[in-house]
Ligand binder design. Structure first.
Ligand code: AHG
Ligand code: MN
Ligand code: MN
Length: 282
């Protein structure tokens, strides 16, 4: 069996121009809901089906799971499980703002702890299509050309030491008091950059330094983002880039999964800012 992790990454890269190209004409709502109870966009369903077909065809892939599907798909004998958010920030489609594809590669049965990942990646459909890959404790950034080839633009991508930007999701009146306390400190120090797609918002933190959060809410203490498909892969990438992650009390990667679609509060960014969050919450 060849380098399955590389094969998975190549499939995501080579599919990126097609997913991006297929967004126009799929900006309408599908008449279905995803397992998280959110209305699906036609583009969510389409990107999910395209990636499921291509990823399950890889010999080394044994399981496929998606934010858009109830259960784990058995893909045969492979040692690796892939967890996919085929289109992150799909509500940005209507407003033509950035979106992305997120994928975590686990060498364990899903649902699994973030530490059971061996690699993680995201594609950002921004003004240009870029892809960030974390593997073997190193982060690399690629531009994805129109033919799906990966052109390396940043090797050993690391979080800048000096934080500059922050982005916090949810509605301010719905923030818990302890998060609101933390947020008011950060707001006095950094510049607000929140675009409504985790991928774009976290990519800004990786580029400029800072902190991203989709926090616990009064109305929803578990927050909005999903552990398997969004939090774990992004936490894996931030850790490999010299940053940190938290669910408010511990690293996202240490969180024991309760269910495939479990949500978690998610905080990502410079280590010192994450430590400050956890001490505010202690
Ligand atoms: P998805 O489109 O995969 O459901 O993800 C959307 C998520 C995430 O991208 C973003 O951080 C968050 O939803 C935005 O939520 P709000 O619209 O509540 O800000
Ligand atoms: Mn998402
Ligand atoms: Mn999604």
């Amino acid at each position: 069996m060849g380098d399955t992790v590389a094969e998975i990454i190549d499939v995501v890269a080579s599919s990126a121009p097609e997913i991006r190209g297929g967004l126009t004409g799929r900006r309408r709502k599908a008449d279905e809901q995803n397992p998280s109870g959110e209305t699906q966009m036609a583009a969510d369903v389409w990107a999910d089906e395209l990636l499921e077909e291509r990823l399950t065809a890889i010999d080394g892939v044994g399981q496929f799971a998606s934010e858009e599907r109830e259960g784990v798909i058995d893909a045969g004998e492979g040692n690796y499980a892939v967890a996919v958010d085929p289109l992150d920030g799909s509500s940005n489609l209507k407003s033509n703002n950035s979106m992305g594809t997120v994928l975590g590669i686990y060498d364990a049965e899903l649902p699994a702890k973030g530490t059971e990942q061996v690699a993680a990646t995201y594609v950002l459909y921004g003004p240009i299509t870029t892809m960030v890959v974390a593997r073997d404790d190193e982060v690399t950034e690629f531009v994805i050309e129109n033919d799906g080839t990966q052109r390396t633009v940043t090797e050993d991508l690391t979080l800048p030491d000096e934080p500059v930007v922050y982005g916090f999701g949810g509605r301010v009146p719905d923030w818990t008091d302890r998060f609101a306390d933390y947020a008011s400190e950060i707001e006095a120090e950094l510049k607000l950059r929140y675009g409504g797609a985790m991928i774009g918002d976290v990519n800004q933190v990786l580029t400029y330094g800072g902190v991203f959060g989709y926090p616990e809410l009064e109305s929803r203490p578990e927050g909005k983002l999903r552990l398997q498909f969004e939090a774990n892969p992004m936490a894996y990438i931030l850790d490999a880039a010299g940053g940190a992650s938290s669910n408010g009390t511990q690293s996202i990667l240490e969180a024991e999964p309760a269910g495939l679609h479990e949500r978690t509060p998610l905080y990502l960014g410079n280590e010192a800012l994450i430590e400050r969050l956890e001490s505010t919450f202690a």
